[in-house]
Design a protein around this ligand. Structure first.
Ligand SMILES: [Mn+2]
Length: 336
């Protein structure tokens, strides 16, 4: 199977914030481009193709109807995202969705799920986020759909959104691993437990460290696994990533996020990606976009690793660690 770095990566801009509670994420795709995403991915060895931006209805900031805000526009945008992501997957490309608010991952992951069903691939979704995004209209005070995408993908939400991928539910909670979570309200927490979502929250990361968390989150994948990463920039600590609509203190540090991305890269299985919730209206001189691009480079194999392979380290390491070290050492030349 071809690894990520020999593929065509398709950048798909989805400039909208119809699912968000604050405006501004609609400018995310352009900020990522300005921060040099195309060139950075090219440096990582990907053959990058920018598909431009998708079109959809404007954000009229309607007040919630039947518990959902802007439902019609959110459905229209997700349908467009779904079609576009599916088209790129079917062409054997690696789609990279540039959000846009996180509700658009419904369309993106529904497309990935369909592609996996049709090609007999198993799916693993890594959901990097401060929030579980597992709200329903009964649980959500705002009705903003960017708080509901994981629930929708798992079959809980408005039928118009659930049916986008042609199968309800689009995915099972068992293929999801959530990382960086630190803001979940009581009702949502109960629902996450009920549905047995696997969540590695910040407390768990504090206690166990990123390495152990990522080893668990990436466990049990094989050569048939399609790894999708849904990267909500608000998983990062607001001190380093202020440009998001819903900042929550206590997020991933720069080093923690780098290790997380590098360990994903080491699996060589990433086959689709969402970069979501970047809000340039709240950013400082495009700092958060630049950081997001930096982390995406690591996600596709750029490593800051300096150490040389020590015989004793390799001897003590487990088989999987040895493989990871070997992969990491092969990128030594690209140290920045
Ligand atoms: Mn999110």
């Amino acid at each position: 199977m071809a690894n990520a770095r020999s593929k065509i990566a398709s950048l798909i801009g989805a400039p909208t914030d119809v699912g968000a509670s604050h405006r501004g994420a609609s400018m995310g795709p352009e900020a990522l481009r300005v921060a040099g995403l195309h060139g950075a991915l090219t440096q990582c060895g990907l053959n990058v193709r920018d598909c431009g931006n998708l079109n959809g209805p404007p954000n009229l900031q309607m007040s919630p109807t039947d518990g959902y805000r802007n439902l019609g526009p959110v459905v229209a945008w997700n349908q467009t995202v779904y079609d576009s992501v599916y088209r790129e997957l079917a062409a054997d490309h690696l789609p990279i969705l540039l959000g846009g608010d996180h509700s658009l991952s419904i369309g993106s992951i529904a497309a990935v799920a369909r592609y996996c069903r049709e090609n007999h691939r198993s799916l693993r979704v890594l959901w990097l986020d401060a929030h579980a995004d597992f709200n329903t209209r009964e649980l959500s005070p705002s009705g903003a759909l960017h708080g509901m995408p994981v629930a929708c993908l798992c079959g809980f939400g408005p039928p118009e959104l659930l049916q986008i991928g042609g199968q309800v539910p689009a995915i099972s909670p068992s293929c999801v691993r959530q990382i960086g979570i630190r803001s979940v309200d009581a009702g949502e927490r109960r629902f996450v437990h009920e549905q047995e979502l696997e969540v590695f929250d910040m407390r768990y990361i504090d206690e166990m460290g990123v390495r152990s968390v990522m080893e668990s989150a990436l466990r049990d994948m094989d050569s048939n696994t399609h790894l999708h990463v849904s990267f909500d920039v608000d998983c990062l600590d607001p001190e380093i990533a202020p440009g998001v609509g819903t900042t929550v203190p206590g997020g991933l540090s720069y080093r923690e996020a780098q290790l997380c991305m590098e360990m994903i890269a080491d699996t060589n299985k990433i086959a689709s990606l969402d970069i979501m919730e970047l809000n340039p209206a709240l950013d400082l001189r495009n700092k958060t976009a630049t950081l997001a691009v930096d982390l995406v480079e690591s996600l596709f194999g750029k490593s800051t690793l300096m150490r040389k392979p020590l015989a004793s380290t390799v001897k003590l390491a487990t088989a999987s660690t040895t493989k990871r070290l070997a992969t990491a050492f092969s990128h030594e030349a690209s140290v920045k």
